[in-house]
Design a protein around this ligand. Sequence first.
Ligand SMILES: [Zn+2]
Length: 491
Amino acid sequence: MASEDYGEMSGEDICEYLREKGLEKWADAFNEKPVIKQLELDDDFLAKKMGIDQPEDRQKILDSIFKIWPAAPKVFNDPIHGHMELHPLLVKIIDTPQFQRLRYIKQLGAGYLVYPGASHNRFEHSIGVGYLAGELVKALKEKQPKLDINKRDILCVQIAGLCHDLGHGPFSHLFDAMFIPKKMKTWKHEDASVEMFDHLVRSNEDLQRMMKAYGLNLTEDLEFIKEMIKPPEAKKKYKGRPEEKFFLYEIVNNKRNGIDVDKFDYFARDSYHLGIKNNFDHGRFIKFARVCEVDEQKGDGQKHICTRDKEVNNLYDLFHTRYSLHRRAYQHNVVKIIEHMITEAFLMADEHIQIKGSGGEMFTLSTAITDMEAYTKLTDCVFDQILNSTEDNLREAREILTKVVDRKHYRAGLCSFACYYGLWDEGKGPPSIVWTSTARKTITKHSKSREKRCRGFSQCTSLRRSSWFTAGRLILKVGELPGNNWNSGSK
Ligand SMILES: [Zn+2]
C-alpha cells in the first residue's frame, strides 16, 4: 500500500527515543535536525543525509523508528462497512489487551441466547464506530474547509469512537444496568470507558510516544478524547476544544439529539446479525451532513451538525429502526428473562469470584470496576467460569446458569390482574409472588388507575413503552403450571 503523509517528527524526539532503545550511537545525528519528514525517511536518507554507513545500522534505526511511527494504514474487512482503512495509531490501540478484551463481550449480552446470529462482540462494533467517526469528520472537513478541522481533530475523534465502549462489562448492558445497580448506585460504563482509556494509555509501552509522533498534544488531546466519550455535565466545562469546534463533540456521543456514529454502527450491525431490516442509511446521512450556525432565535446560536430538510425521512427511519430493535430484540421477553437469570447468578457468585488486580490485590465481580487491571480480565468468560466451576460456594449460581444453557428458563406470561409480565422458575416450590422493588414502585405509582388501564394489555398504552416492560416486570416463582407452554416459539 502506498505510504501516506503522516507529517513530521522533531529530531529531538527521535534522538530521545533512540537513546531509550539503546541506539544512542546514532541519536545525536538526529538531534541536530529540527524535523524529520516521514515521507523522506528511508535507507537512502539515512545513508546520504545522516551519514550512517553500515546498512545493518540503518535497518536497525528504521525498524526502531517505524515501530512508533508506522508509515502505512491497515485495512480491516468488516461485514457492515466493507474495507476499513485505519490509521496506524488506531491499529496500535486495537492491539492492546484493554481493547482486545472487547472480543469477549457480546454486543447484545443475552440477546445471543435468543437470536442465534447475534454473536457479535463489542470489538467489531468499536472498530466500526472509530471508522465511521473518521468518515463523518473527514466528510465535514472536505465539504467545509472553513471549519478548520485538522489532522489532530480527526485522529482524536477516531480514537474516541474506537474507545467509547472500553468500559463495558460482561454481557454489556446487563452488567451496568442490572448487576452493578444492585451493588452500587452511581456507575455507568462511560465512567469505566474513560478510566480504561487512561489505563490503556498509561500501561502500553510507546503508545504516548506514538501519539506524539503523529502530532497529538497529549495534555489537550487526551482530555478532548475523554470528553467525547463521556461529555461533561455543562458545556462550559469542556476543555479539549474551543467553542467554535464544539460540533466535534456531536460525532461519537451526541448529547444534543442522540444522532451519532455509535448508533449508526450498532443499528446497522445489530440489524445485520439479528436478521432485522434497517431502513436507515448512515452513508446518506454522512453525505448530507453540514455544520451550520443555528439561529439564535430558534436555537443556541452555536455551530451544530445539521442535515438537509429533505433528509427528514431518513431520520424518521433511524428512530423507527431504534424502536423496532428495542421492541423485537433488546427488550425481547425471553432476552429479559435470561438477563434476569444471569444477573441473579452473578449476584450469588459476586464475592466468590476473585480477580487479581493492581499490586496483587484481589477483587470481586462487582469491585473489579474500581481497578482497571482487574477489570481488563473480566469478560463474558465469567459465565463459563461459574458454569464449569466445582466449588460449593458457586453452587447456586451454577444451578441458575445450568438452567439457562438447558433452556429451562423462568417462564413469562401476562398477569391479567395487573397487566404485568411475570417470571417463574418451574423447578421451585409452591406458588408465591416476589415483587422486584422497581415493579413495586411502578405498581404503586399506577395503582389508582390500574383497574381502568388493565382491562386489556393492548389498551394499556403507557405500559407498552419499553421502559415499563422492564420496570414493570415482576418475578413470580411458582411451581410448575399445568399445560404451560407460553414461551414456545421464542428462542
Ligand atoms: Zn457503542
